[in-house]
Design a protein around this ligand. Structure first.
Ligand code: ADP
Ligand code: MG
Length: 308
């Protein structure tokens, strides 16, 4: 049974804007899944629907087999949410934020305290438990939201841009924490536009753009497909046309800039050999883009073209 199954999900906001245009998505139990997409793609809308914060227009949502329309309480019980926007009373001390949430799920006080201590220690917030929210940095607030999202022991944790605005050190700490949580059995879905984050953490990935899922693949397969790397070469001498380099798809950007694609197993040396056979000298070379970033842009562009 999948942890999450979404079929033909649509959302039209009251102003007529169609934020989700028939999204199909399935996430297996135990997966670490990234929902990757640019701003405005519909990520938060999708997550809002799962967490019953946004009402869907049509379509079906199931969480561990529980239908969102028929068993909203069961869905609520197995789903933990870390929203994109901070949403707590800024005058509350850290510990109260977590305990209030436990109360909301009907967890008895004693057990709530135990769990709160466990997660606050894990997320290095225990020493700050009496600190008021408004005195916490962005990174600490983000970590507190994770502790709060976990207090009722959800089987599926959904994080909406968990590391937006979080500095790199804290971000890596959060990654370690999430990885460990996933290894212990919690299914995790996160949205991000940090490609590095998806690449580092996730086993599967879906790319969402303009309310539609554009790609859905295993990270390994995706990276395999991306094994082709594009290099940008600055040439010593100008060329008038794209040279014929057997085995190396290339494109002359301007008379002294040549873009060349290397696929898996092709070495830069073999490219240089092919170039020298054509009498082409290279002044410098650089990698065009991060691999995932490239795929992301290609997908977005392709979708854009499809839609005219
Ligand atoms: P993402 O999280 O991927 O950045 P969102 O789901 O927040 O995207 O937004 C998707 C689109 O829906 C955006 O164009 C946004 O402006 C629009 N949108 C979000 N909330 C509302 C709303 N309450 N009313 C109308 N449009 C909205
Ligand atoms: Mg969002």
């Amino acid at each position: 049974m999948p942890a999450l199954s979404v079929r033909q999900l649509r959302k039209t906001y009251r102003n007529g804007f169609e934020a989700l245009k028939g999204v199909d998505l399935s996430v297996d139990e135990g997966d670490f899944f990234a929902l990757l997409g640019p701003n405005g793609a519909g990520k938060s809308t999708l997550i809002g629907i799962l967490a019953s914060l946004v009402t869907k227009t049509s379509g079906e949502v199931k969480v561990f087999g529980h239908d969102l329309d028929r068993e909203p309480e069961a869905v609520k019980a197995c789903l933990g949410l870390v929203p994109q926007e901070f949403n707590f009373n800024i005058f509350l001390p850290v510990i109260e934020v977590v305990l209030n949430q436990a109360g909301y799920y009907g967890i008895p006080r004693g057990e709530a305290l135990e769990r709160a201590e466990f997660y606050l220690r894990k997320l290095e917030l225990w020493d700050r438990r009496q600190t008021e929210m408004r005195q916490l940095s962005g990174g600490l607030k983000r970590r507190l939201m994770i502790a709060r999202g976990l207090i009722h022991g959800p089987r599926l944790l959904i994080l909406d841009e968990p590391t937006a605005g979080v500095d790199i050190e804290i971000r890596r700490g959060m990654w370690d924490f999430l990885r460990e949580l996933n290894e212990q059995g919690t299914t995790i879905i996160l949205t991000t536009h940090y490609l590095e984050e998806a690449e580092n953490l996730c086993r599967h990935i879906a790319i969402i753009n303009r309310g539609q899922v554009a790609e859905r693949e295993g990270m390994t397969r995706l990276l395999g497909r991306l094994e082709a790397e594009t290099f940008v070469l600055n040439l010593q001498h100008p060329l008038s046309a794209t040279p014929d380099l057997p085995g190396f798809p290339s494109l002359l950007l301007d008379d002294q800039t040549l873009e060349v694609e290397l696929s898996r197993g092709q070495s830069v040396n073999s490219l240089f050999a092919a170039l020298s056979r054509r009498g082409i000298e290279v002044a410098s070379l650089r990698n065009k883009q991060n691999r995932l970033e490239r795929l992301f842009l290609e997908t977005v562009e392709r979708r854009g073209e499809d839609r005219g």
